[in-house]
Write a protein that binds this ligand. Sequence first.
Ligand code: FES
Length: 166
Amino acid sequence: MALSGQEQSATVAESPVDLSRLDRILEEFKGVKGGVIPILQRAQDTFGYLPREALTYISRKTLIPLNQLYGVATFYTQFHLKRRGKHLVRICDGTACHVRGAPKNVDAVQKALGIGAGETTGDYMFSFEIVYCLGSCGLAPVALVDEKVYGRVGPEALVKRLEAVP
Ligand code: FES
């Protein structure tokens, strides 16, 4: 598989957002106090992120001001306002991982995917993040591809694993 998604970014259209998928969620939380976070969580589970159209729709249906929804969505790191890749690659660059070669892993992944930290490939296959300590310092350097942990991993092995991702 060719990993670099940069050149495709101009040609891949955003997925259309089927807002009717929100109706069941909004019905479930109708009149529920403190329902904002669970509604946003469920909406994000539905679309993989919180599209602007979805937030506008939620605001219209619940009468919760749009800026309040944005306030919650931007305050909590669990929420994403941009469409993310099918697979999430995270490399730890905390102290233990850093001294054991994490920067080389970061360089290799950025080169292989053609994106920087915090970005998503143009084909929406991969998003890439740098994190700071995954609590597995004994396995440093550590990387995560989706929920799979790779410990004591080097740049070549990491890129090979990304190439093997379906
Ligand atoms: S510093 Fe990387 S797992 Fe702790």
